[in-house]
Each structure stands twice: as C-alpha cells, then as structure tokens.
Design a protein around this ligand. Structure first.
Ligand code: CA
Length: 369
C-alpha cells in the first residue's frame, strides 16, 4: 500500500477553496458598510484504527463526517478512511500528529508503547464505566489532562464514543480459581495483558483477523474481544465453550477523536464547535448502539446458540483486581505524568464509586437485574 507523504498532503492542501459572501446589505440602513465574510471550505481526511465501516465504531465515524458536513452547510467535508486505506490502522496517531491526515479515530490505549499514560484515557482494569469516564473527562478535569498529554504530539483529543462494559472473554476451559489462569494463553491487549501475566498467564498479541483461527487451533486458550454483538460477528461461540463476564479489563473504554493542532487552529470557531458537537453526539450514539445491540445479541447467544455464559468466581476477580493495582503502581512509579493523571483518575474513581454504591448499585441489586 502506498503511504501518503506529508509533502503530498500539503501540496493537496486542506483548504480547498473560498468564496466571498456579502451579508447585511441593509437597504434601510444607507451608509452602513456591508459586512463581508469569507466563506472558507475545508476538505479533510480522517483515518481510523477500525476496518472500513466496522460495526458501530466505523459506522459511527461515517456518521460523524455526515453530521459535520450538514452542520457546517458543506464548509467542512471529511473523507473517512478505514485502517489500512490511507495509512495502517496503528499509524493513526502518527498520521494525525504529522498532518498526513487532519483527524483520527481510535482508542488512546493503542498508543501505550509511545505514551503509557494514554491508557488512562481509554480503560484501566477495574477502572470506571462509561458514565463515570464521561464524568471524569467532561466534569472532573480529565479532558484537560488528556489535552496536556497530547499537546507535545501536536494533537487535540476529545472523547467520541464508548463501547460500554465489555465481556470477560471466551475460554476453552472452565475458570474455577486463580490457579486456572496459570499457563493460560490469552489474547488480551493493554494493561489487561500485564494483569494476566501477573496472574501467571501468557498474554498473546494477535491481530483481529487472526484471533478466530488461533483460538480454533489452540494457539491461544482464550480471548477477549468486545461484547456480545461484535463477539457474535466474530463467531467465537462456534469454537469456545465458555463465555465469561464481567469485562474487568475494559469496563467502559473511551474512543477518541484526535485533530491535528495546526488544522484545528486553522478552523474558525464555529467549525471547531461543530466538531466538538459531532464528537459528543458520536459519544452518545456509539454507546447507545453498543447497549442495544449487546443486549439483543446476548439473547441470540444464550437462546439460539446455547452459549454457556458464566460469571468469573469472586476469587478470580479479587486476584485480578489485586494484580491490576500492582500493574498500575509499577507503571506510574517512574512516570511523573502518568502519576499525575492516575492520581486524578483514581481519586475520581473512588469518589464516584462511593456515590455509585448508594445510587445505581443499590438500584440494580434491588431490581435483581
Ligand atoms: Ca476488549
């Protein structure tokens, strides 16, 4: 695949044209100078970490581009590229940072190798759920910390989607105690992988397209993916016996929209606000889609496919939680920026958790959902 070079992008130009509109030629106000506003049109590229039109995430980004077009009356047109179409999926961050594309959509934890602290802006094992993450980002100072973290990379980040609570994953054997995690070969990314390692397992990195075959052939014993909807589409129920919950590794992963800083600053204020509004709308819509589709596909798995859906024993969850704490402590001890972000994240998690205990937890427990 031919990669687009920065100079080609600059040559193509992101500002595709302008025309001058004259407003306010009030005939009843003779002598007033007409207000002149130059209408600038922008043609931007948006690269994603998702396969083209991928259910919910890819589809959501397609909608975001449509909304921006409509809200801006065609002044900002965005062409969406799936992973690999313009740049490889995992080069989304660099492509936007360098201006090869003006925007990117993905998840911050994909950039953990470059910025470990980015993981706090997607998901932390036993961290916060979608509602709590939104609360931390929008109302608890989280977004400001995220902006500070990405500023040296020439990027403006914002939340633009959330998968909601994930599932614990598919296992080819029963998990009865923490001992059953020892020697377990599991496909699991991010901090969750470090947790499985501490529990005595072997996390294995497998590209999305290879997970099914690896699980079928026994290269891996287990995999987590997303939730009932996407997991069903992957067909894991045909080859793994046990489907475990809860998704301790990703309780409410945030999806991100990144904008190249110079491109962002080249926009008039109203177009900037239109992008923020479209990102917020994506944040709501993607979570809503996950919630409704996961519940429909959970039923399909349960009643049509007869999948065995099981809860991890508390002893397993307690051990994983302990390991998660160790993983985060190790990660932040020599990284001042990660420590600063984690301190904010953890304080918010504790405070919001105290509230959740007497609000939603009590409600769900009472309802016996
Ligand atoms: Ca996952």
């Amino acid at each position: 695949m031919k990669k687009i070079k920065r100079r080609d992008f600059i040559k193509a130009g992101s500002l595709v044209g302008g025309s001058t509109l004259i407003f306010g030629c009030g005939q009843d106000q003779p002598g007033d100078a007409p207000a002149v506003r130059t209408r600038q049109n922008f043609q931007w590229n948006l690269v994603t970490t998702w396969p083209p039109h991928f259910p919910v995430m890819g589809e959501g980004v397609d909608k975001l581009a449509e909304w921006v077009d409509l809200m801006s009356d065609g002044r900002l047109k965005i062409t969406v590229y799936g992973g690999g179409e313009l740049v490889p999926a995992l080069e989304t961050f660099d492509a936007v940072s360098q201006g090869i594309a003006e925007m990117g959509h993905g998840a911050a934890y994909y950039w953990a190798g470059k910025i470990p602290a980015a993981q706090f802006f997607t998901a932390v094992p036993f961290g916060m759920n979608a509602q709590q993450m939104n609360s931390w980002l929008y109302s608890g100072g989280g977004l400001q910390l995220w902006e500070e973290l990405y500023a040296p990379f020439n990027l403006v980040p914002m939340p633009a989607g959330n998968t909601g609570m994930q599932m614990g994953g598919w296992f080819n054997k029963k998990i009865n105690s923490p001992n059953d995690l020892k020697g377990l070969k599991m496909r699991i990314p991010g901090l969750g992988a470090r947790v499985i390692e501490k529990a005595g397992g072997s996390p294995i990195l497998t590209a999305g397209g290879e997970i099914y075959t690896n699980l079928e052939r026994g290269v891996i014993d287990a995999t987590e993916w997303i939730g009932p909807y996407h997991d069903y589409l992957m067909g894991f129920h045909r080859i793994a016996k046990h489907y475990y919950y809860p998704g301790w590794q990703e309780p409410g992963p945030v999806l991100e929209l990144t904008v190249n800083k110079q491109a962002w600053e080249s926009l008039p204020k109203d177009l900037q606000m239109i992008i923020r509004a479209a990102a917020d709308r994506s944040n709501i819509l993607m979570l809503a889609e996950f919630e409704s589709k996961n519940n429909a596909y959970l039923k399909k798995l349960k009643y049509e496919e007869k999948t065995i859906i099981e809860k991890f024993p508390n002893s397993v969850l307690s051990a994983l939680q302990q390991h998660a704490q160790e993983v985060v402590e190790e990660m932040t001890e020599n990284d001042a920026q990660a420590k600063k972000i984690y301190t904010s994240f953890d304080k918010f998690r504790q405070d919001v958790g105290d509230w959740a205990k007497i609000s939603e937890k009590m409600y769900f427990d009472f309802e016996e959902i």
